[in-house]
Write a new protein. Structure first.
Length: 168
């Protein structure tokens, strides 16, 4: 029926859960509803929550998001960062080429279509006269990926104000 964004007591996004789990947390008094979907109701008087906030702060250990092809593609929204191409022929490009000492870091890798990657070659974007649409950076969390995907799909637009790093 729907997904619910779970916020810590500090309004920091923690995870995405099912509406059933969210309702259980609310009934037990562990969470409060911040946003509801008026078009979806359990009964005539109870609306489904779309955003809930925990009443008690939960410490979450920091885990760094691994630098993988899948995570890079998700960060860049499966789109070439040079020409905007969306499709199956995407690759990973090093902004400063590895042949020139460029490293495998979040700030140095980006998504590129095969055509742009080949035409850029072993040059920097400035040398190749190619402009990056967005500067590559380390994502906040994997939760940001999923929340952004839901918002871009037209679902859960009320999540925007709670998700750090939401991009248009």
């Amino acid at each position: 029926m729907g997904q619910v964004l779970v916020l810590n007591a500090s309004y920091e996004p923690l995870n995405i859960t099912t509406w059933r789990r969210a309702m259980v947390m609310m009934i037990k008094g562990k969470a409060e509803s911040l946003e509801q979907d008026s078009s979806r109701k359990i009964r005539h008087d109870i609306m489904l929550p779309t955003v809930i906030r925990l009443r008690q702060f939960v410490r979450v250990p920091f885990r760094e998001l691994p630098l993988t092809r899948r995570n890079i593609l998700q960060r860049d929204n499966h789109c070439c960062q040079y020409c905007g191409y969306r499709g199956p022929k995407l690759s990973i490009d090093h902004v400063i080429p590895r042949s020139r000492g460029g490293e495998d870091t979040w700030e140095n890798v980006t998504t590129a279509c095969l055509g742009c990657n080949v035409s850029k070659g072993s040059r920097t974007p400035n040398e190749a006269r190619m402009k990056l649409n967005t500067q590559p950076r380390r994502p906040h969390s994997s939760l940001t990926f999923e929340a952004n995907r839901q918002i871009h799909a037209g679902r859960y637009t009320e999540w925007r104000k709670y998700v750090i790093g939401w991009n248009n």
